[in-house]
Design a protein around this ligand. Structure first.
Ligand SMILES: [Zn+2]
Length: 419
């Protein structure tokens, strides 16, 4: 089957090679394509977007690895799994060639971020089953930087080690970067972070939210650098070396942005990112629904880089979005407003239903006083058009997070989500 849709060039050649390979060798993809009546000259956009759930169901029916495998099992060298925060976990396999691709893409991200052989990079997490930890270490090795493993330590011990070895960069979630700052202040260890020049953010949208970045950059006296990736689709978003937002290399990924009806979004609008990685062939995904919400623009980044630009990076997750009184609400937008409020600490968002049936939002946030709460309430009304009940709480009482934060509680009686 020939599938067009990209015109000519390197990406088009890679796409046709990938499709040839998967239709001849990959049982899952072949079954999926054959079930479609695509005519003689189908375009990539004729294929229905692929969801994680389809891959999960395939794996449940064909345990333990499923049938999305282009090669015999002995070709595969890596097994990771998704976090399972939005459904059952999925096992994803990589061949040696695919794993080299991960390494190369992470090295590219690090190079753009200005990390090289002279750097000592603190990895403030334990190595679990998730791909980004291992791929980060591979990327560091590729650029010749020193990886400092700080798994299994508490925050104070991590700060002491960062100080002792003179780490020049930290790799963590934006939530944990803010937590580390908080502990540094509590323990009077602020000077432990003096050597840190870069904070590499991963795992959450916060690294691209202006108010979160500003807090990290101010607190660490360092640059905050975002990047994005997904176990199923690979590391797709590298930072803009001079501006904000992320870039996608379109010789590596076919990148589409679609609305709720899975049609291309208008320029300037938000939509879900669909990705087709072109060189990861062992566990391929075509038009994969990432769940990452981005802004569609034709503009070049302010620095004029050629790679496709996602201004504002990942602005939210489609599975985090809730509909309250007919409005799409992203927790990341609420976080941006909270981080912008001076003196604010940890927060928790609760969606709930009033006895009248109306859905409401409660925001508990650590604030110095009631005046700050009123200001925050007003900011959200003005900037987001949202009526939010802001409840100030005493600093230090809300739960702290070491990795990805869980700050949303949904107690609505009837739930409507984005999809
Ligand atoms: Zn750029």
């Amino acid at each position: 089957m020939a599938i067009s849709g990209l015109g000519v060039g390197l990406a088009a050649d890679r796409l046709s090679e990938l499709l040839g390979l998967v239709t001849s060798q990959n049982p899952f993809q072949r079954r999926r394509l054959e079930a479609l009546d695509l005519g003689d000259d189908p375009a990539l956009s004729d294929l229905p977007p692929l969801t994680k759930l389809e891959l999960v169901h395939d794996q449940e029916r064909n345990p333990p690895f499923g049938t999305n495998l282009t090669y015999p099992l002995e070709r595969y060298t890596q097994l990771h799994q998704t976090s399972g925060t939005t459904g059952p976990p999925l096992r994803v396999l990589d061949t040696g060639e695919d794993w080299s691709w991960w390494r190369e893409r992470f090295a590219h991200t690090l190079t753009v971020a200005g990390v090289g052989a002279e750097d000592r990079v603190a990895l403030t997490y334990s190595f679990g089953p998730h791909v980004q930890f291992w791929a980060a270490k591979e990327g560091l090795q590729e650029v010749g930087a020193m990886a400092i493993a700080l798994g299994g330590m508490g925050s104070t011990q991590r700060l002491q080690t960062i100080d002792e070895v003179g780490a020049t960069a930290i790799w963590c979630t934006p939530t944990y970067a803010l937590r580390l700052l908080e502990v540094a202040v509590e323990q009077r260890l602020e000077s432990a972070l003096d050597s840190v020049e870069r904070v590499l953010c991963t795992g959450e949208p916060g690294g691209s939210l202006p108010a979160v970045r500003a807090r990290i950059e101010e607190g660490f006296g360092a640059r905050c650098i975002d990047h994005a990736g997904l176990t199923e689709a690979g590391p797709f978003g590298h930072p803009c070396s001079e501006g904000h937002g992320l870039h996608v290399d379109e010789t590596e990924f076919v990148c589409e942005i679609v609305d709720e009806d899975l049609r291309p979004t208008a320029i300037g609008e938000r939509g879900e990112l669909l990705l087709t990685p072109l060189r990861r062939t062992g566990f391929p995904v075509l038009r994969y629904r990432t769940g990452d919400v981005v802004v569609n623009t034709e503009k070049r980044c302010p620095a004029g880089h050629e790679d496709r630009w996602l201004p504002g990076g990942i602005v939210g997750r489609s599975d985090d979005m809730v509909v309250i009184r007919g409005m799409n609400v992203y927790p990341s937008a609420i976080e941006e407003a909270v981080r912008h409020a001076s003196g604010s600490g940890e927060f928790r968002i609760t969606f709930y239903s009033e006895p009248s049936g109306l859905d409401e939002i409660k925001l508990e946030v650590e604030l110095a006083d009631g005046k700050a709460a009123r200001e925050l309430q007003e900011t959200m009304r003005r900037q987001l058009g949202l009526r939010v009940r802001v409840v100030p709480v005493t600093p230090g009482v809300l739960p702290r997070h070491d990795g990805k934060a869980r700050r949303v509680v949904d107690e609505r009686t009837t739930k409507w989500s984005g999809q």
